[in-house]
Design a binder for this molecule. Structure first.
Ligand SMILES: [Fe+2]
Ligand SMILES: [Fe+2]
Length: 278
């Protein structure tokens, strides 16, 4: 299921380093949006700048969190800011798809970053909601979310590279197709395993997804290094290249936690199924 569905809850748990990661991501989204607005859309540029300053300030505040109580109060504060930036992104998307504004923000990019705001919002909300009733549902929906995002990144890279960079454009499109296929497979597992425990197909799928994500992470790292060294021509700012690389690294951390937990779940299933020795 998609991140906008009410039942979808991220699998991972919130901690301060994840909060810091997402605050930086939200701050950078504000900057990317600002850079993509037409220079005549001064009000939208002003709002994007305001969000940038707000998330920059929250990042500074995050450095001072040193106990559970201040962390919980901080989470409530961030939640308000994230809901506001989510509404702003959806508003801009509405303007774009109805051709009310121009500029160079792809509508899919704005949709993509609004999904990330929703994911962060749900991650923050999870701290109040307690344990997940159906962990496999969350594991699979996290895969659907992140695989879609890896595919989107590859499509954005392909669309922003200079057309003369033919080999890189082909590679980026190949990654997009690979991650779109994996996303479809994750959607199949989503309904097939709904409200069920893990099975070996899911374990194998997570291994395949990890291998593919390591490859796209390496591709993004190479692209980021080439862009930073001005060895490739594109419309991709170095910060955007670094941003999508960090998101791939984050997904790999999520996958690592999922695989560890799946092994534990499998072991406990084997133990419960063991017959007592006669
Ligand atoms: Fe992002
Ligand atoms: Fe992203």
């Amino acid at each position: 299921m998609d991140i906008f569905c009410r039942q979808v809850i991220p699998y991972e748990c919130l901690n301060l380093s994840r909060v810091k990661f997402w605050l930086r991501i939200m701050k950078e989204h504000s900057l990317f949006m600002k850079l993509g607005f037409a220079c005549t859309d001064v009000e939208l540029i002003r709002q994007a700048e305001q969000f940038y300053a707000e998330f920059e300030d929250l990042e500074k505040q995050a450095q001072c969190i040193n106990n559970d109580e201040s962390f919980m109060a901080f989470v409530e504060k961030i939640m308000v800011a994230v809901k506001n930036i989510f509404a702003f992104k959806r508003h801009v998307l509405h303007l774009l798809v109805n051709c009310k504004i121009g500029g160079s923000n792809y509508p899919l990019l704005i949709d993509h970053i609004s999904r990330e705001a929703m994911y962060f919002c749900k991650l923050l909300g999870k701290i109040r909601d307690g344990d997940i009733k159906y962990p496999v549902d969350s594991i699979v929906s996290d895969n659907v979310f992140w695989l879609r995002h890896m595919a989107d990144h590859a499509r954005f890279i392909a669309g922003l590279l200079d057309p003369s960079e033919r080999d890189f454009v082909i590679k980026a499109n190949d990654f997009a197709a690979q991650f779109e296929r994996l996303q479809l497979q994750a959607r199949d597992l989503d309904s097939m395993l709904w409200h069920m425990g893990p099975n070996s197909d899911l374990m194998r799928f997570e291994t395949d997804v990890t291998a593919a994500t390591i490859q796209i992470r390496d591709f993004k790292k190479a692209a980021r290094n080439l862009i930073s060294a001005c060895k490739i021509v594109s419309l991709i700012p170095p910060l955007l290249a670094d941003h999508v690389l960090r998101e791939a690294e984050y997904f790999l951390q999520v996958l690592e936690a999922i695989q560890e937990d799946l092994h534990c779940m499998e072991e406990s299933q084997i133990k419960t199924c063991d017959y007592p020795e006669s």
